[in-house]
Design a protein around this ligand. Structure first.
Ligand code: ADP
Ligand code: MG
Length: 317
């Protein structure tokens, strides 16, 4: 099977959204940016045995790759529109590509994002996905808008990604229900579009947590020229993490474990009531700290200073 058969068979599907004038098959695709909107663009590369196990389930690898890429759009408050896929494969293994394609399109249709092009080459397994979305001018969440006194929030639970990885690497034992939940969180870290959309207008800065809370909140702090205090007792933890790990381990995963793809965002005092009302109506988010004037991130546990040692993952660190 050659490159073009592979593309036609596994990646070319009829255009679904009316913003796509010309889809896969020509030198470029042609798209229409919704009127009055800005384009939000981000690219992520996942390399075998760095970001995922090379012998992992291709369907799960595809699901995770697209979720992780889409998470950047959610972190900007953008709505997903299109994506491109650059796939480097060691060989044209149809079974592998078929399963990969099934996982990819499952997530693509779940979040309404259409595959509009890509590139297919031979080499060590790597996946590069570029996502494009739309956002109203002036409404995007950046990292640079946090002010002293703003509340720090996160969506969902923290530490699930790190716990899932610990199970995969046989450092943690879990009952089958917890293991199933954590595995799902690792391979399908659903981008928080629902939450981001509900929060538009109430957020001063935001980021998605890929490298751990301390590292990613650190990016908000640097970009905003502020610091933060985190209340460790307020870090939201899943039932699975609470059940399977020691308190110390839970804290470490929630603060420094990566792969959660929850959003960390800051809310100015005058918007806190609106955000709390959204939470009362079912939005999954919790307040975990406060932005401070003094640079750096401090942690406390029930009022006592809490020492942290590890920071997030750094490829060249
Ligand atoms: P070119 O030589 O002009 O770069 P290609 O042969 O690389 O074109 O690709 C042919 C068409 O197939 C293009 O429309 C391209 O966007 C699409 N394509 C190639 N690989 C993929 C892929 N992995 N997923 C989706 N579309 C792809
Ligand atoms: Mg090409």
């Amino acid at each position: 099977m050659n490159e073009f058969d592979l593309i036609n068979r596994y990646f070319k599907r009829g255009a679904k959204c009316n913003t796509v004038t010309l889809g896969i098959g020509d030198d470029c695709s042609l798209v229409q940016i919704p009127q009055g909107q800005q384009l939000a663009i981000s690219v992520d590369t996942l390399v075998a045995d760095v970001h995922f196990p090379a012998n992992g389930d291709p369907e799960q690898i595809a699901e995770r790759a697209l979720c992780v890429s889409l998470s950047d759009l959610a972190a900007m408050g953008a709505r997903p529109l299109w994506f491109t896929l650059s796939l480097t494969l060691p060989n044209a293994n149809e079974q592998w590509v078929g399963a990969f394609s099934a996982g990819l399109f499952r997530i693509a249709s779940q979040f309404g994002c259409e595959l509009i092009g890509g590139d297919t080459t031979k080499g060590p397994l790597a996946i590069s996905i570029q996502v494009m979305g739309s956002v109203e001018p002036g409404k995007a969440f950046t990292r640079g808008g946090a002010e002293p006194g703003d509340r720090v929030y996160v969506t969902g639970n923290l530490g699930d990604g790190a716990a899932a990885l610990a199970i995969m690497e046989r450092r943690l034992k879990a009952d089958s229900e917890s293991a199933h939940y954590l595995n799902d969180r690792y391979y399908r870290p659903g981008p928080r579009f629902y939450e981001a959309n509900a929060l538009i207008g109430h957020v001063s800065a935001a980021i998605d947590i890929s490298d751990g809370l301390l590292a990613d909140l650190g990016h908000i702090c640097n970009a905003s020229q502020v610091g933060a205090e985190i209340f460790v007792e307020s870090l939201p933890l899943s039932a699975a993490v609470l059940k399977c790990a020691s308190t110390q381990q839970q804290h470490q995963w929630a603060l420094s474990g990566g792969d959660d793809y929850q959003l960390c965002f800051t809310v100015p005092q005058q918007h806190v009531a609106a955000v709390e009302a959204l939470i009362d109506q079912g939005l999954k988010a919790s307040v975990i700290g406060i932005v401070s004037r003094e640079m750096g991130i401090k942690c406390s546990l029930l009022g006592e200073s809490f020492a942290t040692t590890t920071t997030g993952y750094n490829h060249f660190g």
